[in-house]
Design a protein around this ligand. Structure first.
Ligand SMILES: C[S@@+](CC[C@H](N)C(=O)[O-])C[C@H]1O[C@@H](n2cnc3c(N)ncnc32)[C@H](O)[C@@H]1O
Length: 346
């Protein structure tokens, strides 16, 4: 996917065509002000206050307990960004954003947008990271409140993908046990357990994550077959021939190549013969620029906040092969662009 500056009138079209419009300013100051306004709308409860109605700035500010004049500035920006519309002095949320920004919708991204206020501060370390190579170890630097927003934000990212992927993962109909490493909210496990009535999942999570992660799972798990185990995948023994599936989604970008190779060996041992090992990740393209802005920007972000950054499909497959597993066709998803499940079988 690409982000692109679009002209809004013929003059702008010509200015862009002739390279007269200062696009680096649009790509930066305008983009970051607009991004921050969208996130502020989530943090301050603006979308929820408007709901599916049309409201004046006074009404919205009263509901959000914010300053009326400043709220109007934010609302006007959100109209310009294209999220709100304005008529007769009233603001409404455009229908296509009801799905993403109203809490009544399961697909809402409100917690993820609020968590991005924290991610925003992490990205402010970018220049230091590039100068020194020193990264932030995200899991050592979040406080209790941030853990909750982090896990809720991961829910937001996964709620649609988990449903889509449950039907695409090539596990046996008779599968009985899976291990979901860093499974957080549990949605990937929950959707698989709903589909396979004989399946039970253990979510191995860092102890600091378990309280907020399991509270989310409780809201979704109708099977009673998903349970949590506190631990550390890099340190714990994972056992031998216990699982039909070991899944690790959005975790290996936090680990070094040595850690990922060692983990793959433990996972291969923990799989039953015929069992599968799935690694779900935003995939680093083989050549810079391939995969567009999502692959490159997510790769940079993960490099700043964790041990490594995005991995290529070949790199991921190499850990699986080194552990004696046979690669199978990767699974892609429409609901998380740029993301894939790399699969190997014992
Ligand atoms: C980015 S989240 C991914 C959550 C979920 N798998 C998903 O895809 O939505 C990474 C999760 O891995 C957990 N985690 C990180 N390091 C871990 C480790 N060494 N052992 C177990 N879990 C870990 C974190 O607590 C966090 O919940």
């Amino acid at each position: 996917m690409k982000l692109k500056t679009q002209p809004e009138n013929p003059l702008e079209w010509v200015a862009l065509k002739l390279n007269l419009a200062p696009t680096p300013l649009v790509d930066t100051q305008i983009a970051f002000n607009a991004a921050r306004a969208i996130m502020a709308g989530a943090e301050l409860g603006i979308y929820e206050a408007i709901g599916k109605n049309s409201k004046t700035a006074d009404e919205i500010a009263a509901e959000c307990k914010t300053n009326t004049h400043a709220t109007k500035q934010l609302l006007n920006c959100l109209v310009g960004v294209g999220y709100l519309s304005w008529s007769d002095d009233k603001y409404s949320l455009k229908t296509k954003y009801h799905k993403w920004l109203l809490k009544e919708s399961e697909s809402n991204l409100i917690s993820k947008l609020r968590f991005q206020l924290i991610e925003w501060n992490w990205m402010a370390m970018l220049e230091d990271y590039v100068r020194t190579g020193t990264t932030l170890q995200l899991h050592n630097s979040v406080n209790e409140k941030e853990w909750n927003l982090y896990q809720e934000g991961m829910r937001d990212l996964s709620v649609n993908a988990a449903k889509e992927l449950a039907g695409k993962i090539p596990i046996s109909k008779n599968a009985t046990s899976m291990l979901d490493i860093g499974g957080s909210h549990g949605l990937y496990s929950i959707e698989l357990c709903k589909k396979y009535p004989g399946l039970k999942s253990t979510i191995l999570e860092l102890p600091a994550a378990i309280e907020s992660a399991s509270a989310i799972a409780k809201r979704y798990d109708t099977t009673g077959r998903v349970s949590y185990k506190g631990g550390n995948a890099l340190e714990d023994d994972l056992g031998s021939e216990l699982y039909d599936l070991v899944m690790i989604n959005n975790v290996v970008h936090h680990f070094t190549p040595e850690q990922n190779n060692a983990l793959a060996q433990k996972i291969a041992r923990a799989l039953k013969p015929g069992g599968i090992f799935i690694i779900g990740e935003f995939i680093r393209a083989e050549k810079p620029g391939e995969g567009g802005v999502i692959a490159s920007a997510s790769g940079l972000y993960f490099s700043v906040i964790s041990a490594s950054g995005n991995w290529s499909a070949d790199e991921i497959e190499s850990w699986q092969k080194n552990a004696g597993l046979k690669p199978e066709k990767p699974v892609t998803t429409m609901t998380i662009p740029g993301w894939k499940m790399i699969i190997a079988r014992k």
